[in-house]
Design a protein around this ligand. Structure first.
Ligand code: C5P
Length: 230
C-alpha cells in the first residue's frame, strides 16, 4: 500500500491540452494527452490527498478518488482554476495551455472561400500560472499554497533544458517547475518522461527516465518534503 503522507492535503491538478476554436468544427491544439496530469492526480489521491483534476480534453476515465472538472478552452480552464483555487494547498499546472487563440470565433462554419490561406488572426491567452502567483499575493489563495508549473523544453548550444526551465520558473514566479525534455522523443503522448524537478528555493532534482507514474511519485515526495520543511 502507498503511504497516506498527503492525507487531507487539498490538491488541484490541471491536465491535458486546451482547444481554441475557430468555428464549430475547427480548433487549434497541442500534443498533450493528459497522461502526466492524470498520473499526478491519481498518485496524490492514492496517497490521501483531496484531489480535483481539471481536465482539458482528456480521454481517460476519472482517476480513483479524485473529482474531475472537464473543460476545453484555455478560457474555461482559467475559470475552473479560479473556482477551485481558494482552498488549495498545492496547485500543479500540468496542462498544456494554448498560448494563443483565434482572435474571433465564428458561430457559423467558415467557408473555404472566406479563409485567407496564410492568415488566422490570433490573440494571446492570459497566463494562468502567472495569474495564480498574483492571486496568492493578493490573498485569494492560501499564502502557503505550493504552485507548480510544467515546461516542455529543448536545450541548445547556449542553454540546457534545465537553464531554460529555471529562467521560466523565475519569470512566472512559480515555486517549482517540472521540466520535460522534449527534444529526444520523450513527453508528448508517450508513457515516459525525463527532465528535472526545479525548486525556486532548492536544488535541481533530475528525473530519471521512467514512467509518468514514477515522475508523479517523485514530484509528490519533493512537495511533501518541501512542505514539511517549513
Ligand atoms: O510558457 P509555457 O507555456 O512554456 O509555460 C508552461 C506552464 O505555464 C505550464 O505550467 C502551463 O500550464 C502554464 N501556462 C498557463 N497559461 C498559459 C500558458 C501556460 O498557465 N496561457
Amino acid at each position: 500500500a502507498l503511504p497516506a503522507d498527503l492525507d487531507g492535503l487539498n490538491v488541484v491538478v490541471t491536465a491535458g491540452g486546451t482547444r481554441e476554436s475557430l468555428d464549430p468544427v475547427r480548433f487549434l491544439t497541442n500534443r498533450s494527452s493528459g497522461k502526466q496530469g492524470y498520473a499526478i492526480a491519481r498518485v496524490a489521491a492514492a496517497r490521501g490527498a483531496n484531489v480535483t483534476m481539471i481536465a482539458a480534453n482528456v480521454d481517460f476515465p476519472e482517476p480513483a478518488g479524485a473529482q474531475v472538472v472537464r473543460v476545453s478552452s484555455a478560457d474555461q480552464l482559467a475559470e475552473a482554476v479560479r473556482r477551485e483555487m481558494g482552498a488549495a494547498d498545492v496547485i500543479v499546472m500540468a496542462a498544456a495551455v494554448s498560448d494563443f487563440r483565434p482572435a474571433a470565433y465564428s458561430e457559423a462554419k467558415i467557408k473555404k472561400s472566406e479563409l485567407e490561406p496564410d492568415a488566422i488572426e490570433l490573440t494571446k491567452n492570459p497566463d494562468i500560472l502567472v495569474g495564480l502567483v498574483t492571486s496568492r499575493a493578493q490573498g485569494d489563495i492560501p499564502a502557503d499554497c505550493t504552485i507548480v508549473g510544467f515546461a516542455a523544453e529543448t536545450g541548445d548550444k547556449q542553454h540546457s533544458v534545465e537553464e531554460y526551465g529555471r529562467a521560466k520558473m523565475a519569470r512566472k514566479g512559480a515555486d517549482m517547475m517540472v521540466v520535460n525534455s522534449v527534444g529526444d522523443g520523450g513527453a508528448f503522448e508517450s508513457d515516459h518522461n525525463s527532465g528535472w524537478i526545479l525548486d525556486a528555493v532548492g536544488a535541481d532534482e533530475p528525473i530519471e527516465h521512467g514512467s509518468k507514474y514514477a515522475l508523479a511519485a517523485q514530484l509528490w515526495d519533493h512537495i511533501g518534503t518541501r512542505r514539511s520543511a517549513r
